[in-house]
Design a protein around this ligand. Structure first.
Ligand code: HEC
Ligand code: HEC
Length: 307
């Protein structure tokens, strides 16, 4: 038996049991110092011919250690030459080198595979990121146009509220209020008057009380029930979205209000609120006062674009 060569395979696999990092460090550096000895302690001196009979597996493992076998012999170089022959060492050296090379190759192959994997992963990630940045760019680009588009869209969403009879009947193009779902001219020749509160005996407050009067075709009520004044008529009737948006933005046409005040007016004003408390048998605007206010806020917040 050759205890050194026919060492149990479990022992031969020792290097593979090493923590990967150390083993690969050993492989990378290919230096003996860092490589743990794969073989059990060696009988000293070796029986003759032992070296040559090393199992290929052992050689494979100890091949990691370039011609290190020399160190395992206490024989003189000459004796060793007799036992193994310089050529044996040389051949082993050559074999070892080729093994190293193949290890190197395998290692580089493995590295290559990892590199390929990493590259593909990176490419995929990059692709994702490119897509992301593209969509981000699209998003950051759109704000200029996108916010403007959002702004316009918000105004267009709120527009039907302004055009609803509940609002439009108090914002007519003529000097008479309107009535009903069809926005016909107010009966009894009621006029705006300079302050919007009626002319002569036909003052709004004569018939429009502080509160809605109960019953169909009864006048709705509010403490300030009146039209905009003659010098600031704030017409909604017949206005396109573009015209209405311009008017609402223009302090000379909107009663000197800032855009924020317009938003507030629509969202909170109690006279505006009468549209949602219209009295019996009258329809309400297509969205709540809060929603209308929010739409106008979106419109103003995104730059109050003219649709
Ligand atoms: C003589 C009484 C009278 C006077 C004055 C009067 N109204 Fe009216 N008004 C009514 C009545 C009644 C109705 C309800 C008509 C109906 O629903 O058929 C009404 C309806 C309205 C409506 C329609 C409400 C809606 O939502 O459709 C508006 C707007 C309105 N009046 C504004 C005014 C304004 C502004 C003035 C003053 C400039 C005024 N009215 C003066 C009696 C009057
Ligand atoms: C009873 C009549 C009446 C009704 C109903 C009414 N308004 Fe007005 N609105 C006025 C008067 C009067 C003014 C001007 C005085 C003021 O600022 O309160 C005005 C002003 C405005 C303004 C201010 C600026 C401008 O440029 O026009 C807005 C906006 C407005 N109304 C929106 C609405 C909306 C939206 C509705 C319906 C949801 C509505 N109003 C319903 C009477 C009315």
């Amino acid at each position: 038996m050759k205890p050194n060569c026919d060492a149990p395979s479990s022992k031969l696999q020792a290097p593979e049991k090493l923590p990967k990092s150390k083993f690969s460090r050993c492989l990378q550096s290919l230096s003996i110092g860092e490589c743990p000895r794969p073989v059990p302690p060696h009988p000293n001196p070796l029986p003759q011919g032992e070296g040559a009979a090393s199992s290929s597996l052992l050689r494979k493992v100890s091949g990691l250690i370039p011609c290190e076998t020399g160190k395992r012999f206490s024989l003189s170089p000459r004796e060793r030459a007799g036992v193994r022959g310089e050529s044996a060492c040389a051949s082993q050296r050559a074999w070892t080198q080729s093994e190293i090379r193949s290890f190197k190759f395998l290692r580089s192959f493995e590295l290559g595979a990892w590199c390929l994997f990493l590259t593909l992963t990176l490419i995929a990630a990059q692709g994702c990121r490119t897509k992301q940045t593209e969509s981000q760019a699209a998003r950051t680009e759109t704000p200029a146009s996108g916010n403007e588009a959002e702004s316009r869209a918000a105004f267009l969403a709120a527009y039907p509220v302004f055009m609803h009879p509940r609002c439009m009947n108090c914002h007519p193009k003529g000097d008479q209020p309107l009535q009903g779902e069809d926005s016909h001219v107010h009966f009894q020749n009621v006029q705006r008057g300079p302050d919007g509160k009626g002319l002569f005996a036909m003052k709004c407050a004569n018939c429009h009380q502080l509160k809605n009067l109960a019953g169909e075709n009864m006048p709705p009520g509010h403490t300030e029930w009146h039209l905009p004044p003659a010098n600031m008529r704030m017409v909604f009737e017949g206005k396109t979205p573009t015209e209405l948006a311009r008017q609402l933005k223009d302090p000379k046409q909107n009663g000197g209000k800032t855009p924020d005040q317009i938003v507030r007016h629509v969202a909170e004003d109690s006279l505006v609120a009468t549209a949602w408390n219209p009295g019996a048998c009258r329809t309400k605007p297509p969205m709540t006062q809060q929603e209308a206010g929010r739409k106008l806020l979106e419109w103003v917040g995104n730059g109050a674009a003219i649709p």
